[in-house]
Design a protein around this ligand. Structure first.
Ligand code: ADP
Ligand code: MG
Length: 243
């Protein structure tokens, strides 16, 4: 129910690609309102878990529930409508649509879809103001630098008014000033009440943002807890050193 602190529950989530077990029995809860960082070496299953939650990969076994309602087995579209939005490691924008049109599509198909076209336009414009992109509403994505394209991804995700936002390496490729800007954006999104799971390599961003961190290694949760303590765990240090 809505009084439960648990928003998302992953139970024994397993994903195989042929003979490869990308996820091997992942069980974790995401608390309402928190930022959970997902870290771990390359290939440890972080993006796969994001893709399982968003419905882009079918489950091999296990269950995922959002506020007690099973979402595993549903399509990406149904999961988006139940209140989960995501960004991609590489921004996926429609190059023939303007920034505003790119955002408006997400407002129309997100959990606010009942408010109609005029409402979607308003929601999209508000998302552009929120992300600082209002002046670029009518340009095409190709005219934008990487920072702005990533912020359009934020605006698209926010236009769907998600309960849970999934961010997969949004800081990747940004310069230090742009990283600071994106970190501030993520803090504001959390302050607005949205729960966030973010995949990140950059430890200073993890420490700045995360309430808790889950460390994946070879498809399993190796450690889960408060960021600085968890990252000091000898087992965690050893997987980062390739031990
Ligand atoms: P991470 O995001 O932690 O770097 P991934 O979740 O992308 O790791 O990958 C975990 C493992 O699953 C890797 O061995 C990767 O090659 C494999 N994998 C991921 N997606 C696919 C796919 N669509 N088809 C086959 N193998 C995949
Ligand atoms: Mg990845």
């Amino acid at each position: 129910g809505s009084s439960s602190p648990v928003l998302l529950k992953c139970e024994d989530v397993t994903k195989s690609f042929g003979g490869l077990r990308a996820l091997n029995g992942v069980t974790l809860d995401v608390q309402r309102g928190e930022i959970l960082a997902l870290v771990g070496p390359n290939g440890s299953g972080k993006s796969t878990l994001i893709n399982m939650i968003s419905g882009h990969y079918a489950m091999s076994s296990g269950t995922i529930t959002l506020e007690g309602e099973q979402i595993s087995g549903k399509s990406p579209h149904q999961i988006a409508q139940s209140g989960i939005a995501r960004t991609y490691q590489i921004p996926r924008l429609f190059n023939n649509l303007t920034v505003l049109e790119n955002v408006r599509i997400c407002a129309e198909f997100g959990s606010v879809s009942s408010m109609g076209v005029a409402g979607a336009d308003e929601v999209a414009k508000a998302a552009l103001v929120y992300t600082g992109l209002a002046e670029k509403a009518n340009v095409l994505p190709e005219a934008l630098n990487l920072h702005d394209r990533k912020f359009v991804e934020f605006a698209r995700a926010l236009a769907a008014k998600p309960r849970l936002l999934l961010l997969d390496e949004v800081l990747c490729g940004l310069n230090p000033a742009e990283i600071d800007h994106a970190v501030e954006m993520i803090k504001r999104i959390k302050a607005g009440g949205t729960t966030i799971i973010f995949v990140e390599h950059l430890m200073r961003a993890v420490v700045a943002l995360a309430d808790r961190v889950a460390v994946l290694d070879q498809g399993k949760v190796l450690a889960l807890g408060q960021p600085t303590e968890t990252m000091r765990d000898p087992a965690v240090i050893s997987v980062y050193l390739g031990g």
